[in-house]
Structures are given as C-alpha cells and as structure tokens.
Design a protein around this ligand. Structure first.
Ligand code: FAD
Length: 358
C-alpha cells in the first residue's frame, strides 16, 4: 500500500457500514477526514458471511443515511452480496475518501492530536472515530477438551455452506441468530446436533428487523424523555424466524439440546455420560468488539469495554466508538440503526474541532 503521512481533522478507522455512515455526515460538515480500511475491497464483514445468509429486514429497512437500499430482484430479504454492492455504490456516490488496504495498528495521544499508526505510515487527527466492527474477534468459550477433540472446529466466521458437511455429523453450538441460521442451513444435509447453553428464544414469526428497530427506537425515545425503560429488543427474544429458520423449525429439524460438559477425541460428552460422535463442531458463540488498536490509550474497563457517553469515550473525548452494539447507540450494529449515532458523533466532533477542544 501507498505510504500515508498526513494530518486531517478526523480519521475514521474501518470502512464497513459504520465508517461509511460517519463519512456521510462528515462530508456535510466540511471537516477534512479519511477512512482507513484494512480490507482490499468494500463491504466490511458482509464480504465474509455465509452464502445462505439473508438480512433480517427487507431492503427498504436496511438503509444507511441518505440513500435507500434498492430491492434485490427476486428477494424480499437481500443476501450479503447485495449489501456489498450497496456499500460499494454508497461510498462512490458520496465520494468517501476510503484508503485500502490500510490497517490501523495503534492510536496514541500526541499533544492536542491523536496519532494513528498504520501499516503504511502515520496520521494525526483532532478526533478519531473507531468503527472496526466485531467480526474480526470471534469468541469461542473455554470448554474442556477443545484441544483433544480430533474433528474439525470452526467459528461462525469460517462457515460458508453445507457442502463439506454433507452426510457428516455436525454439532452447532450457540443460541443466537448465527447458530439458528447455520443449523437451519445444515439441517437436511448433515446429521445435526444443535447445542445451546439456555433454551433458544425465537421471536414471533412476524417479528423481523423492522420490528426490532421499532423497539430500539421506542426505547431510545422513552429514555430520552426520562420515562421508565420499556425494555429493548432483548425483551422480545433473540432469534429472528427468517424463512429458512422457520421452515427448518416447522419440519422439526431444529431441536436444541442442553450444552455438553466437555469435548473428547470423538465429540461432545454430557455430564450424564451421553456422547455424540461429531466430525465437526461449529462455534456460533459470538464476537467481541475489535478494539485492539485502541490499547495504547488505556481506556478499557471491566468486561473489556470502553466506557462511553453516547459514542464518545468518557476518558478520551477525542475518540468516538461507532457501530459496536447497543452500548455505542441503540441498534448501532445494524444498517438502519447506525445512522443516528453516526450523526450525533459527527456533530460532537464538529463542535470539538471548531472550539479547538476547549
Ligand atoms: P464491519 O462490517 O466489520 O466493518 C469494519 C471494517 O473495519 C472492516 O472492513 C474491517 O476490515 C475494518 N477494520 C477492522 N479493524 C481494522 C483496523 N485495525 N484498521 C483498519 N480497518 C479495520 N445487521 C443488519 O442490519 N441486518 C442484518 O440482517 C444483519 N445480519 C447479520 C448477520 C450476522 C451473521 C452478523 C455477524 C451481523 C449481522 N448484522 C446485521 C449486524 C451488522 O450489520 C454487521 O455486523 C455489520 O457488518 C457491522 O458493520 P460495521 O461497519 O460496524 O463493521
């Protein structure tokens, strides 16, 4: 990659949907900024998701600010390739200055600026927006016997399609959307065991991303108005009954069993001695925010998270965190939800830069 050595008002780290939404609002402020993205092409994490994945919501409810996502011909719920095309077109349409591939290695305090060290040079900025997502930090729980199990182990991030698992015995671990969708994808192709730590909570069939976003928005309004917390999305359930998940469940192919005690060489073993032979274990056990590049700032507190007020770091007001989950804005880790926190972050940054931080 081309070496970069420069100073701008703002550096945005990450060129997925969250970084682009920030770019959309930054463009309108007149601040100068760059977006640094570690990948060599647009699309963020969507470039790596499995083939059968479908959005939770129709296209018109999956839009970033300014530009509605067009429908995907023949599909109400678009696939990942459609999202990638949309993000590519979005950054072109708004002329967003995305530099690729540039990986940020560390963010440091440097007088009035933050210094951004990358694999192709240094940059200085008055303010940094970190929008690096979670896909890059897959989480696998510490389960006894993982190192002696001889089958294949992969995380959600390594799954593409049922192909290599056809006719095999596969254990899927996890109670969330990824587990349910991957289990549904494998059901009918593989001999499936679906293991969950607590019983999976399916949302009603008519609850999709639209309803989830409405719940998140209602919650934000109630909290902003000082009303009691109505409970957010989590109060409704976890798993969106997408058409393939619903079909597999209605055929009786999705029958979750309790979590096993340990892995042995051939597969999982439960506390009562029950065992299942497994050719593969797929860990659909979630993600952590990809915040390693912020380590030099020393902002992490208990649970590994950085305390924020909205998107802004409490201890380092020149830093904003965007798109990582509800802790950085309600529904901020969704296409439709990242717009509002992006707008708020950019407003606060514009005020900071104009007043010289005082
Ligand atoms: P990412 O897409 O991960 O983009 C971050 C970018 O930052 C990447 O390009 C990455 O390479 C780059 N980066 C990371 N670290 C660095 C670094 N140090 N330096 C430079 N660049 C870096 N949302 C919906 O709205 N609808 C859905 O249906 C939906 N389905 C989902 C299904 C799954 C399986 C998952 C995991 C998530 C889903 N989401 C959905 C949630 C969310 O929309 C996606 O996770 C989305 O990819 C988040 O976008 P992002 O921009 O925050 O992060």
């Amino acid at each position: 990659p081309r070496a970069v050595t420069a100073r701008t008002d703002v550096v945005v780290i990450g060129g997925g949907q969250a970084g682009l939404a920030a770019g959309y609002y930054l463009r309108r402020t007149g601040l100068d900024f760059v977006i640094l993205d570690a990948q060599d092409a647009p699309g963020g994490a969507w470039r790596h998701m499995w083939d059968s994945l479908r959005l939770f919501s129709p296209a018109e409810h999956s839009s970033l600010p300014g530009r509605p996502m067009p429908p995907q011909p023949g599909r109400t719920y678009p696939d990942a390739s459609h999202v990638i095309g949309y993000l590519k077109e979005y950054e072109e349409r708004y002329g967003l200055p995305v530099h690729r591939p540039v990986r940020v290695l560390g963010v440091h305090r440097d007088g009035d600026d933050l210094r951004v060290e990358t694999d192709s040079g240094r940059r200085w900025a008055r303010s940094v927006i970190s929008a690096t997502g979670t896909w890059w930090r897959p989480l696998i729980p510490a389960v006894r016997g993982r190192e002696i199990y001889r089958g294949r182990q992969l995380h959600t991030v390594g799954y593409r399609d049922p192909g290599e698992f056809t006719g095999r015995s596969v254990t899927v671990v996890g109670a969330g959307n990824s587990a349910a969708q991957i289990a549904a994808d494998l059901a009918g192709h593989a001999e499936l065991t679906w293991v969950t730590r607590h019983p999976p909570r399916f949302l009603a069939d008519d609850v999709d991303g639209r309803a989830l976003f409405a719940a998140a928005t209602a919650r934000r309004r109630a909290l902003d108005a000082g009303e009691p917390d109505p409970g957010g999305v989590a109060a409704l359930g976890d798993i969106v009954a997408t058409p393939p998940v619903r079909a597999a469940r209605n055929k009786g192919l999705l029958r979750p069993v309790a979590m096993f005690d340990r892995l042995e060489a051939d597969g999982p073993v439960w506390a009562d001695g029950t065992r299942v032979r497994a050719d593969a274990v797929i860990w659909c056990t979630g993600f952590r925010p990809a915040l390693g590049h912020l380590a030099p700032l020393g902002l992490r507190r208990s649970g590994g998270l950085i305390p924020t007020d909205g998107t802004r770091s409490v201890e380092e007001p020149r830093l904003h965190l965007l798109g990582y989950g509800d802790w950085t804005g309600p529904a901020s880790a969704t296409l439709i939800g990242v717009g509002l926190p992006a707008r708020d972050a950019v407003r606060r940054i514009a005020a900071l830069v104009r007043t010289g931080g005082r």
